[in-house]
Ligand binder design. Structure first.
Ligand SMILES: Cc1cc2nc3c(=O)[nH]c(=O)nc-3n(C[C@H](O)[C@H](O)[C@H](O)COP(=O)(O)O)c2cc1C
Length: 386
């Protein structure tokens, strides 16, 4: 079969064949190290004609550099690196007043409530062994994201994606390197903010999305962001996993799509088999937004622990501290073999997915279906035009 043709201005901007981007997805919590969107997955998507983006958020600077080099050894096509830039991971702000042990910032009552919640579900509570000081928030005048950004800048990666927060403080150096910059947003206000600092592409991510997500649905968000940031290019995210979603995104004024959940069931994705199976088994109603795992609203395949947390009314702590709060919980779940209660970020489109396959096939099918819809399958009234 000849390769389908589907080009938009996004293809020219990045030098890619198809307007499909692999979302730079970080780690899930099943005991497997590294992000879901690994170097292997990113390279596979780039080699297939899309833009592969590494989920770099969980890597320390040295490992991040090694993974960037790994992608370069697996493809000569453009690729991207995604990091999270929330303000409390960055220099200044909260980090200046850090106590020696950040665990002191966790209210004892909150810790006890989490413990009780787990024990009520029959989990035997255990205390995680002492680990080296957590990476974030960590020192005055600098933070995890600053250190990671130095690597992104030194490595002159083709594309940088800010998954949370604004890349504003780094724009001059990124632009000087020729790096194209993507920024993810979930509402019009933040879209305007990142467009104003000169990002090349705004990803408008609807609430359907897996992982950290906002409150506005993709269908409503994309056209509003398109109008608000014109002429900046907009890419749609949240709930897109096939050619129908891709065409819909283009109809809403986007120049491409940023897909996470669709590629979570790729053979090259890195997550424990039980989590892939839960996505494949999920229906459209089986995800839920919770602050349990990170302190920020995150869409997951739901489970009894998420439901207990939401029912408990416990106030989540800020990102970073919430991770510390649940360190013993995660350790206890692992020891109890309850991987089904760990973080399993995925979007509402999970219900559409029924099998694992190579990333290249997922991408090719999506593009071929979209090209076919545009050429042959739109209703006659749409084709007739004015
Ligand atoms: C397991 C998982 C991990 C994610 N981690 C990140 C991340 O580290 N950085 C980021 O920018 N977005 C992350 N996201 C959100 C994706 O970038 C993307 O916006 C979302 O998956 C798009 O919606 P979809 O899942 O419906 O395709 C994650 C999503 C999932 C499902």
């Amino acid at each position: 079969m000849p390769r389908p043709v589907l080009r938009t201005p996004l293809c020219d901007l990045f030098g890619i064949e198809y307007p499909v981007i692999l979302a730079g997805m970080g780690p899930v919590a099943g005991g497997i190290q590294g992000p879901t969107a690994t170097a292997e997955l990113a390279a596979a998507v780039s080699n297939a004609g899309g833009l592969g983006v590494l989920g770099g958020a969980g890597y320390g600077p040295n490992q991040l550099r090694a993974e960037i080099n790994k992608i370069r050894s697996m493809t000569n096509k453009p690729f991207g690196v995604d990091l999270l830039l929330p303000s409390n991971f960055m220099g200044g702000a909260a980090s200046g007043e850090m106590p020696k042990d950040p665990r002191e910032l966790i209210p004892a009552g909150t810790y006890a409530a989490v413990r009780k919640m787990a024990e009520d579900l029959g989990i035997d509570w255990k205390t995680a062994p002492e680990e080296p000081m957590p990476a974030r928030p960590r020192r005055a005048g600098g933070g995890m994201s600053d250190d990671q950004m130095e690597v992104v800048i030194e490595e002159k990666v083709p594309v940088f994606a800010a998954g949370l927060g604004s890349p504003g403080p780094f724009m001059d150096r990124l632009k000087a390197n020729g790096t194209k910059v993507i920024s993810l947003v979930g509402n019009v206000k933040n879209a305007k903010r990142v467009a104003a600092v000169g990002v090349d592409v705004v990803v408008a991510q609807g609430t359907e999305a897996g992982g950290h997500t906002g409150r506005v649905a993709t269908m409503a968000l994309v056209p509003q962001v398109v109008d608000a940031v014109k002429p900046t290019m907009v890419v749609a995210a949240g709930g897109i996993a096939d050619g129908r979603g891709l065409v819909a995104a283009l109809a809403l004024g986007a120049v491409g799509v940023w897909c996470g959940t669709a590629f979570l069931v790729a053979n090259e994705a890195n997550q424990p088999p039980i989590q892939t199976q839960r996505i494949l088994a999920a229906t459209d109603e089986d995800t839920r937004i919770t602050k349990l795992y990170s302190g920020k609203t995150m869409r997951n395949i739901t489970n009894p622990l998420i439901e207990a947390w939401d029912a408990s009314g416990i106030q989540a702590l800020p990102m970073g501290l919430q991770g510390l709060l649940i360190t013993d919980l995660v350790y206890s779940l692992r020891k109890a073999g309850r991987e089904d209660l760990l973080m399993n970020a995925a979007g509402q489109i999970s219900g559409l997915l029924s099998r694992t396959r190579p990333a290249a096939e997922i991408l090719q099918d999506m593009v071929a279906e979209a090209a076919d819809i545009i050429a042959n399958r739109l209703p006659p009234a749409v084709k007739a035009g004015a």
